[in-house]
Write a protein that binds this ligand. Structure first.
Ligand code: MV4
Length: 451
């Protein structure tokens, strides 16, 4: 097992990794930027190392500085958390070439699944359903039009190197397709230095359901069931839950088995997620793999009882998974609300600054993952998430009641947060009935019909 881990991230996930290491008896060194100097969570690591000024490019995204910190700390492994360098296969490669273990997948599988077009090809080989489309990159507008005629409009142009909805264009007819093709290519070239695009049939109001995977370096892969992440705004998730409401058992089984087949075909190890879109008839289609631990991983920890960060560290150290698929039992209902320092009344404008009052909910069935304490100053340089509020109860109805109670207990002053929006969501009948899809937030709160 590792003796010392370098935590190459900040905030809530840095603290989550520090805690997992402490539980395992592993020492930690955590990096920080000047914007995070003096942050209380840093004191919970054995050591904190400043790696540069506030801009991410000069600190949390700066590979040489992070490698230098690992050397200074005498670490034997690096945990990248999520965001920042977590899905950068070149970083994983450099970490390993520098003599440290990267707590994540192999750089080969990161590269394979990091490209959506390649990931889709692996999915097809593993007999995992994919959205009908071009089955490869588009060479020209003419080719795009040919595929669009085959699958029928509307279609979606996607960037092969894309993520989080960037480089995507919907086209409802040939005119829109010609323009969308060029726009998507240009946007992808600018954002990812890779203008490759492919085409898919556009699914109407899909649900977003993802399967948590865990693999070791000995070829064992298990799934830890699904999370429904349909409640999003502009590709930022707001609420995640497990199980996915109204998902038939047969579909769940097939989707989870498909995710495991895909991971095995990609020789995937460590934690990962297989994302699917679900249409109204519960047909599922693979869309992409997230080759990292995700923000919403605690939802899965609550319903399975498995500590995913601890498992990441163990398999990275070469241990075999200590359980098989049939040992993993899904129990109860877990829901997560992302509490962001944003003002929902002002188009979700970031609301950085001093938190003057901070009272966190507790009691039965409540878990709060946060690095924030009263008097904490939210820096304006990074992601706006300040806490993850989770509930766990035997049934979804009880989980919703506990979430309403917890949201009521949560007091934050000095900054604006997404708490009031969550209170509205949990009082909306369609949500309570589990009638969720990826257009719910926009339809319900942002462009309500008749307004
Ligand atoms: C789609 C889609 C409809 N049809 N693909 C958005 C980001 C990326 N993860 C995939 N995305 C979508 N792909 C086809 N063929 C709709 C979306 C989509 C979406 C997906 C998941 C969660 C929220 C979303 C919001 C808008 C669009």
């Amino acid at each position: 097992m590792f003796q010392r881990v370098l935590v190459a991230n900040r905030g809530e996930i840095a603290l989550r990794v520090i805690r997992a290491c402490r539980d395992l008896g592993i020492e930690t060194a955590v990096v920080y930027s000047e914007a995070d100097r003096g942050a209380p969570y840093l004191a919970l690591a054995d050591r904190a190392i400043c790696i540069g000024p506030p801009p991410s490019a000069d600190s949390y995204l700066n590979i040489p500085r992070i490698i230098a910190a690992a050397e200074i700390a005498g670490a034997d492994a690096i945990h990248p958390g999520f965001g920042f360098l977590s899905e950068n296969s070149r970083f994983a490669h450099i970490v390993r070439e520098s003599g440290f273990e990267f707590i994540g997948p192999s750089e080969q599988s990161m590269e394979a699944v990091g490209n959506k077009d390649k990931a889709k090809a692996i999915a097809k080989k593993a007999k995992v359903p994919t959205v009908p489309g071009s089955d490869g990159l588009l060479g020209s507008v003419e080719e795009a039009i040919r595929f669009a005629r085959q699958v029928g409009f509307p279609v979606l142009i996607k960037a092969a190197a894309g993520g989080g909805g960037r480089g995507m264009r919907v086209a409802r007819d040939e005119g829109e397709l010609a323009k969308g093709f060029e726009d998507a290519k240009r946007e992808a070239e600018a954002a990812f230095k890779d203008g490759s695009v492919f085409l898919e049939k556009y699914l109407d109001q899909p649900r977003h359901v993802e399967v948590q995977l865990l693999g070791d370096k000995h070829g064992n892969v298990v799934h830890l069931f699904e999370r429904d992440c349909s409640l999003q705004r502009r590709h930022q998730k707001l609420v995640e839950e497990s199980p996915s409401p109204h998902l038939p058992d047969k579909v769940r089984r097939e989707m989870c088995d498909a995710a495991v087949r895909l991971a095995k075909a990609a020789e995937y190890y460590n934690a990962g997620t297989c994302e699917f879109l679900l249409d109204k008839d519960n047909n599922f289609y693979f869309i992409e793999v997230n080759a990292r631990i995700q923000v919403e991983h605690p939802v899965t920890e609550l319903v399975t009882g498995i500590d995913l960060i601890r498992q990441q560290i163990r398999v990275a150290a070469g241990e075999k998974l200590g359980f098989s698929q049939r040992d993993i039992v899904h129990r109860g209902s877990a829901i997560e609300c992302r509490i962001n320092a944003e003002d929902p009344a002002k188009d979700f404008r970031p609301s950085a600054g001093l938190i003057t009052k901070w009272q966190v909910p507790g009691g039965p069935g409540v878990r709060v993952d946060t690095h924030v304490v009263p008097g904490y100053r939210v820096p304006s340089n990074y992601d706006s998430m300040v806490a993850k509020l989770l509930v766990f109860q035997p049934t979804r109805a009880e989980a919703i009641a506990t979430m309403r109670r917890a949201l009521r207990e949560f007091v934050v002053e000095g900054i604006q947060t997404t708490i009031p929006l969550h209170q509205q969501i949990f009082n909306t009948q369609a949500f309570v009935e589990g009638k969720v899809d990826t257009t719910f937030i926009e339809r319900t709160f942002l462009h309500p019909k008749g307004k």
